[in-house]
Design a protein around this ligand. Structure first.
Ligand SMILES: [Fe+2]
Length: 259
C-alpha cells in the first residue's frame, strides 16, 4: 500500500515535483518486459511521426532532434495489450497514477485535461554514446495540478551504461540527476509532473554493456489524432514502414552483444 497523501505532497512540492517508488517491478519483470520490447523492436513497423488514435497499432519511431540517430522509441497503446507482460507492467503504474490523480478531479479544468488526452507508453532505447534528449516539457497546458507519468529504468546505470542521467528541473530551479542523485535501480519508478522541464544526458555505454540504456515512460499523454490526420500520416510514411532490426544492425552500436 502506498502513502498517497505523501506522494501527492511530493508532486506538488516546488522543490521536488516527483516521487520515487522503489522496486515497483521485480528484476524478472524488467527482464521479461525488456526482452519483449527488444524482440518487438526488431520486427516492428517504423513510422517517422507520432500517431495517437484509439485503434493505432504499436510501432517504432526513430526520434532525434538532429540528423544523428539517437533514440528508437516503441509506442505502445493500451488497447493492444490486455493479457501480456506489457499489460501487467502498464496496469500496475496506471492504477497508482489514477489513484494519485483521483484526489484532484474536483478541479474541472484538471479533469477535462485528464479525460481529453490519450494515455500511452513510450519505451526508449538510447543509441550507444549518442543517445540523449534535449530539455523539454511533456505538458504545458492549463491543468492547475500535476498530470503525472511513471518513468522506469529498464537497464542499470553502472552496469549497462556509465553516463546518461534523466535530469528533472524542479519548479524551484533545482536539477535532479535522477539515476545518480536518487540511486535508481532497474525496476524503480520515478513519478513526475509532466510539466517539469527535463532532459536526458548523452549516454555513455559501459564496457561490455549488454543492453545500454533502456527506459519506459508509462502514462505519456497526447491529443488524439483525427481519423483524417492519422490516415494522412500513415500514407505519408507508408513507404518507410519497414522492420527496424537490420537497420539497427547496420547503423548503430548499442552494446557489444546486442548489435
Ligand atoms: Fe519527456
Amino acid at each position: 500500500m502506498h502513502d498517497y497523501p505523501a506522494i501527492r505532497s511530493d508532486l506538488r512540492d516546488d522543490n521536488r515535483g516527483m516521487h520515487v517508488i522503489r522496486g515497483l517491478y521485480s528484476a524478472d519483470e524488467v527482464e521479461e518486459y525488456r526482452d519483449y520490447c527488444h524482440r518487438f523492436m526488431k520486427r516492428a513497423p517504423v513510422i517517422y511521426e507520432r500517431i495517437n488514435t484509439d485503434t493505432m497499432f504499436d510501432y517504432v519511431h526513430p526520434r532525434s532532434h538532429d540528423n544523428v540517430p539517437r533514440t528508437y522509441r516503441i509506442y505502445q497503446f493500451l488497447h493492444n495489450h490486455t493479457d501480456d507482460i506489457s499489460a501487467r507492467i502498464i496496469e500496475r503504474a496506471l492504477r497508482i497514477r489514477d489513484e494519485i490523480e483521483s484526489a484532484w478531479l474536483d478541479d474541472t479544468i484538471y479533469r477535462a485535461e485528464k479525460e481529453k488526452l490519450q494515455s500511452y507508453v513510450i519505451v526508449t532505447r538510447y543509441m550507444g554514446d549518442v543517445g540523449m534528449l534535449p530539455i523539454h516539457q511533456d505538458y504545458s497546458g492549463p491543468a492547475p495540478l500535476p498530470l503525472i507519468q511513471f518513468w522506469v529504468s529498464l537497464s542499470q546505470m553502472g552496469v549497462d551504461y556509465q553516463k546518461g542521467n534523466l535530469v528533472l528541473h524542479t519548479r524551484s530551479g533545482k536539477s535532479i540527476r535522477v539515476e545518480e542523485d536518487l540511486s535508481i535501480k532497474a525496476g524503480d519508478a520515478v513519478i513526475f509532473d509532466k510539466s517539469l522541464f527535463h532532459e536526458v544526458e548523452e549516454t555513455l555505454l559501459a564496457p561490455d554493456s549488454k543492453w545500454g540504456r533502456w527506459t519506459v515512460l508509462i502514462g505519456a499523454r497526447a491529443d488524439r489524432d483525427s481519423n483524417w490526420n492519422s490516415l494522412r500520416k500513415r500514407l505519408r510514411y507508408n513507404r518507410l514502414v519497414k522492420t527496424v532490426g537490420s537497420r539497427l544492425k547496420r547503423t548503430v552500436r548499442f552494446g557489444t552483444s546486442q548489435a
